[in-house]
Design a protein around this ligand. Structure first.
Ligand SMILES: Nc1ncnc2c1ncn2[C@@H]1O[C@H](COP(=O)(O)OP(=O)(O)OP(=O)(O)O)[C@@H](O)[C@H]1O
Length: 252
């Protein structure tokens, strides 16, 4: 079997007496567009944070292109482009300064870093905000500059925590097109999202996370099993769907 680009094996994480991630294993095939879905608090962000080396697991291993994220972090992270949840950015820089600075930190030559920054700002429609400090960016602009930062060094695997959250529809189309191109040139994308339609349109593989465990994972069509992803998700997490319920004071 081909070595997966991302291999998560028996990952566990507890916060106090709460088990956030409970023995999660996933194989993300090279060239796949992999979606992670699940209800609020299911453990998606915790899993992705451990997968990219931002949060130390209690147990389990993660390999990126065969490199252990925790034993060989520098090599593993050079392959990774990450858009984390609640990304902390240097706030007192403009978008261009931020990208150029990060590019230099990642070892790009000044001219290469500046050229890539310009290109990414233009593609993501942030060039107009060139003189705006990141602290004054809107939520969607922060998401886009975070995505640009994830792409800057030319990673082979992108791990994106809710990349479309708060992004306007036009920018979302741009980001989708860019991610599809990234896949077309041999990249791999893992993203989490609550928008089932987006996951169904973009992803060829999907994992449903529920209460810290994988409820289902595999090719999209196999996981959907003839239903929509939304229907499967509701079924897999056993949601008590009573759509007639409302607070009594609202309906009286
Ligand atoms: N730093 C933390 N300290 C304590 N508990 C945490 C921490 N981070 C996450 N948790 C808990 O771990 C569980 C999983 O959270 P996580 O953020 O991974 O879920 P999620 O699937 O990403 O949720 P959402 O879709 O709402 O973003 C939740 O019960 C959450 O309260």
């Amino acid at each position: 079997m081909q070595t997966p680009v991302l291999e998560i094996v028996n990952l566990c994480k507890r916060f106090g007496d709460r088990t956030a991630v409970d023995d999660v294993s996933l194989r993300v095939p090279a060239g796949s567009f992999f979606g992670l879905v699940g209800p609020n608090g299911a453990g998606k962000t915790t899993t992705l944070s451990m997968a990219v080396g931002l949060l130390r697991p209690d147990s389990g291993t993660v390999r990126v292109e065969g490199l252990d994220v925790w034993a060989d972090p520098v090599a593993a992270r050079s392959r990774l482009g990450v858009l984390p949840d609640g990304l902390a950015l240097p706030e007192r820089l403009t978008g261009r300064e931020l990208l150029t600075y990060l590019g230099r930190l990642r070892g790009l030559a000044p001219r290469v870093a500046a050229g890539r920054a310009d290109e990414l700002l233009a593609i993501l429609d942030l060039a107009g905000a060139d003189r705006t400090l990141v602290i004054d960016y809107s939520t969607g602009m922060r998401k886009k500059i975070g995505l640009a930062a994830a792409l800057l060094h030319g990673p082979s695997l992108l791990v994106l925590d809710e990349p479309f959250e708060a992004v306007d529809p036009v920018s979302a189309l741009t980001i989708r097109a860019m991610l599809r191109q990234f896949i077309a040139i041999g990249g791999t994308v893992v993203l989490s999202s609550h928008v089932m339609a987006t996951v169904e349109q973009l992803c060829d593989h999907v994992a449903v996370v529920h209460r810290g465990r994988i409820a289902a994972a595999g090719p999209l069509d196999r996981v959907r099993a003839g239903a929509t992803l939304e229907e499967r998700l509701v079924e897999l997490v056993g949601a008590d769907l009573d759509l007639t319920r409302s607070p009594s004071w609202l309906v009286s």
